[in-house]
Design a protein around this ligand. Structure first.
Ligand code: G3P
Length: 502
């Protein structure tokens, strides 16, 4: 361990950016947080302003350091974790983005992915990249920008433009930007682009060519834990090694200490993402899951995961608050849901970005079904919460089918795990224990661990395991006939969400 006592983690998420200072025990010392604007230019489009995000990251780093009464000299390392897939294209000489970032939830590339699939269909590249062709991933988003922003393709071909996910965008700025910023991503983020070969961990140049993406735009792919560069951002993190990058869901898997094959975690954020460690060989799914890189520590062999991605869970609660005004705060949903006995027959399938795992239907749209005059706000709140639990069960069942194992318990984290009603219902639906650790900030913690391991602040995974401890456990209580009746109805509701796009 070095004499420095802290590691800083930057968590650039879908709705906000956070900076968290951790100590050697993996405890939270201080937090800075700032939301950024969600830009919805049309139905199905979601954008972020990359400059706003970069400004917010600087602000939250300063906020966290000041709250902890620390400065950059107290930091052993900085880790970055980020919303995955959200794509930025910028000019390497001015640092200006050529377009807003296209967010992972955005469905504008539906036609592009269909055309790319052609005769071969959605799984054209699945053996190589582990992913079905879907609007979710980066490659088609880059193609859209190059096809639609005036002059962008010519500038990209002339080598003037760079692309990256939020990790690369931030790292490039933090390490100097136009003045020599490093253009790097890690294997986990690269595995979400549709452009990285899962076996070689190198860019699949033929797939990039199919999408018309010059490889000169792509960042260098590195491990998740090594020194990429040092802070040079206006004195703020001057000289501090930036030494860890993990996509946020992989970071949470790391922070949850899921290091053994078969261990899984589920994060309840804007969406839900369940990852199961499958070891050092990629396992392809037959049940609608993604194959993704889980982490790679320096030169050690990469570790892979199966992932069930659900686009809309927590963001449905936000929608209830912001678009319908049924609740004033996200927490109120639990109160409202707890005021009724059950869902009153209502089921809400929140296919706002189409349906991700295990369906991968970009033609799906949200539906609220089973309504009668009996149904009130409480029932709708209940249906909103239940939607998260049913979707999670579908993903867990796919995972059990792919891995031919039954999960004994599920480690959970993220904002919605504070919701007791939901967590109990989740355990009921899964028929398995649901366990939340004491430190539920596992995403930021995972990136801190990766950075800290790279510089010797922590020795390795054993330290992560030693720091993990159980905080709360929910056990299944519901009678199985009721559990199955509800799930059958949910499945029926899902079929009603299909075929909405002409
Ligand atoms: O794949 C999208 C995911 O990384 C977003 O996570 O927590 O920002 O909603 P979150």
């Amino acid at each position: 361990m070095t004499e420095k006592q802290y590691v800083l983690s930057i968590d650039q998420g879908t709705t906000s950016s956070r900076a968290i200072v951790f100590d050697h025990g993996g405890r939270v010392v201080a937090v800075g947080q700032k939301e950024h604007e969600q830009i919805f230019p049309r139905a199905g489009w979601v954008e972020h302003d990359p400059m706003e995000v970069w400004r917010n990251v600087r602000a939250v780093v300063a906020e966290a350091l000041s709250a902890a009464e620390l400065n950059h000299r107290d930091l052993a390392a900085v880790g970055i974790t980020n919303q995955r897939e959200t794509t930025v294209v910028w000019d390497r000489t001015t640092g200006e983005p050529v377009h807003n970032a296209i967010v992972w939830q955005d469905t504008r590339t539906a036609r592009i992915v269909e055309e790319l699939g052609g005769e071969a269909g959605q799984d054209r590249y699945k053996d190589r990249v582990g992913l079905p062709l879907a609007t979710y991933f980066c490659g088609p988003k880059v193609k859209w920008i190059l096809d639609n922003v005036d002059g962008a393709r010519a500038r990209a071909e002339a080598g003037e433009l760079l692309m990256g996910t939020m990790d690369s965008w931030l790292l490039w700025h933090m390490t100097g930007g136009v003045d020599g910023g490093v253009h790097v991503t890690d294997v986990t983020n690269a595995s979400r682009t549709m452009l990285m070969d899962l076996q070689t961990l190198a860019w699949a140049e033929d797939i990039a060519a199919d999408m018309g993406i010059p490889t000169s735009m792509l960042p260098e792919i590195r491990s998740s834990a090594e020194v990429y560069g040092h802070g040079r951002s206006r004195g703020m993190l001057d000289g501090v090694p930036i030494a860890g990058i993990l996509g946020d869901q992989q970071a949470a898997t790391f922070g949850q200490a899921c290091f053994d094959v078969g261990m899984a975690k589920n994060t309840y954020g804007t969406g839900n993402f369940m990852l199961m460690n499958t070891g050092t060989e990629p396992v392809l799914s037959n049940n609608g899951l993604l194959t993704t890189v889980c982490y790679r520590i320096g030169d050690a062999p990469p570790v892979y995961a199966l992932e069930g991605s659900i686009a809309v869970t927590g963001s449905l609660v936000q929608w209830l608050r912001d678009n319908l005004g049924i609740i004033r705060s996200a927490e109120e949903v639990e109160q409202l849901a707890a005021g009724v006995e059950d869902n009153g027959g209502a089921y809400f399938v929140p296919a706002f970005s189409g349906l991700f795992a295990p369906y991968w239907r970009s033609d799906a749209r949200g539906v609220l079904v089973g309504l009668t005059r009996y149904v009130n706000r409480g029932h709708i709140a209940r249906a909103v919460l239940e939607a998260t639990a049913y979707q999670t069960r579908e993903v867990l069942e796919a995972m059990e089918a792919d891995s031919a194992t039954k999960l004994a318990e599920l480690r959970v984290d993220g904002g919605m795990t504070a919701n007791e009603t939901l967590m109990q219902f989740q355990a009921d639906q899964l028929g398995a224990d649901v366990v939340r650790p004491v430190v539920a900030e596992t995403t930021a913690l995972g990136a801190a661990y990766a950075a800290g391991i790279a510089v010797g602040f922590w020795e390795g995974e054993a330290d992560v395991v030693a720091n993990w401890s159980e905080g709360r456990r929910w056990r299944p209580q519901m009678a199985s006939a009721e559990r199955e009746r509800l799930f059958r109805n949910w499945k029926k509701a899902v079929t009603r969400s299909f075929d909405w796009v002409d």
